[in-house]
Design a protein. Structure first.
Length: 350
């Protein structure tokens, strides 16, 4: 008789996966409303006021610290891939601010009596491999014994305040450019039910482990006005943050939004995440879908993206340079998906 205990799938141990674990925007807003304002020194260039990607603290005329943290439960079952995806996602917030990462700290919560040591080690090595790729060390961290597997990073970076890119400086007339395909949440839902083809799994891992390295280069362009990365709140959620912070509206051409190859097909088969529904409940009142765009479009635009692409708001004359930077760094699916327009923070999807 074989008494060896079966090792559970990582996704079996988590009630949600990747950035789909994020608290819904409306719920988060209510929670934070009950927290008294903290200290806001003049050196704190970016705090919580516009739901930006990272905090930024100025230390001198040419340097500001970029600080962020991100962690979540497994979106895939392979330990090494889970670690890689989580680390890529965390580092992305520094890139989105126009910063260059300096070092990271690991955040690790694991059910140590459930998962073998080599599985946990595989997760950490996956994260470390991405940090090596980004050219930064993991200089420490913290571990706990938890019910569900959790992994992520604190990431510290550096940015010249003159090149800092917030999510709140978009201007009417700007074009909106998205760097990666959409549909990671849909793919993860299919994976969790054993319905994702191997080639689609490979595509999902490829996009979620592609570091958003164009960020610091884009930040040096005067025509780039605002940048964020699309993660758990979906394309519409993170664009809504840009609109609210910038005091402007937006138009999105759904046909121009780059999708993972089988994302629309899988939505048609009923695959979606609970986070997509929660996202729509939080900000759907800010979105007007054109007649003819049905549930599938709404699902894909609210789909939580784990380690998603940079969303850039730039002047029309900067579009060619922005697209060139993305393409030169291997972002072959980059696309102009819409524009910023004057008006109340409402998004029209055409």
């Amino acid at each position: 008789m074989n008494d060896k205990k079966a090792v559970p799938r990582l996704t079996e141990l988590s009630h949600g996966g990747g950035c789909g674990c994020k608290i819904a925007p409306a719920v988060l807003e209510k929670i934070l409303a009950g927290v008294a304002p903290g200290i806001v020194p003049a050196q704190l260039l970016v705090g919580t006021e516009t739901s930006d990607d990272a905090a930024v603290y100025q230390i001198n005329a040419q340097q500001a610290i970029v600080a962020t943290t991100d962690f979540f439960m497994p979106i895939v079952d392979d330990p090494h891939d889970f670690g890689r995806i989580a680390a890529t996602n965390a580092i992305s917030d520094v890139y989105a601010m126009g910063g260059t990462p300096l070092f990271a700290l690991a955040l690790v919560g694991m059910p140590v009596n459930v998962l073998p040591v080599d599985t946990i080690a595989g997760i950490l090595e996956g994260g470390a491999s991405v940090c090596r790729q980004a050219g930064i060390p993991i200089a420490g961290g913290h571990t706990i014994d938890s019910v569900e597997p959790i992994y992520g990073l604190v990431v510290i970076g550096l940015v010249n305040p003159e090149h800092l890119k917030r999510n709140s400086a978009a201007r009417p007339g700007d074009k909106l450019i998205l760097g990666k395909q959409v549909g990671v949440g849909v793919y993860s839902a299919a994976l969790k039910k054993g319905k994702l083809h191997e080639r689609d799994y490979e595509a999902m891992v490829a996009t979620t482990t592609q570091l958003n390295t164009p960020g610091p280069v884009l930040a040096c362009l005067d025509g780039v006005h605002a940048v964020t990365d699309v993660t758990g709140f979906g394309v519409l959620g993170h664009l809504a943050e840009i609109c609210k912070g910038s005091g402007a509206a937006a138009r999105v051409n759904f046909a121009d939004v780059p999708l993972l190859t089988r994302a629309a097909e899988l939505v048609g088969e009923g695959f979606m995440t609970g986070a997509s529904t929660r996202n729509w409940a939080s900000y759907g009142h800010l979105v007007r879908l054109a007649p003819g765009l049905g549930e599938a479009a709404r699902t894909l635009l609210t789909d939580p993206q784990t380690s998603g692409g940079l969303l850039v708001s730039c002047a029309p004359e900067a579009v060619t340079d922005v697209l060139s930077i993305f393409l030169q760094q291997g972002f072959t699916h980059v696309s102009v998906i819409g524009e910023i327009v004057a008006g109340e923070p409402v998004i029209d999807v055409l």
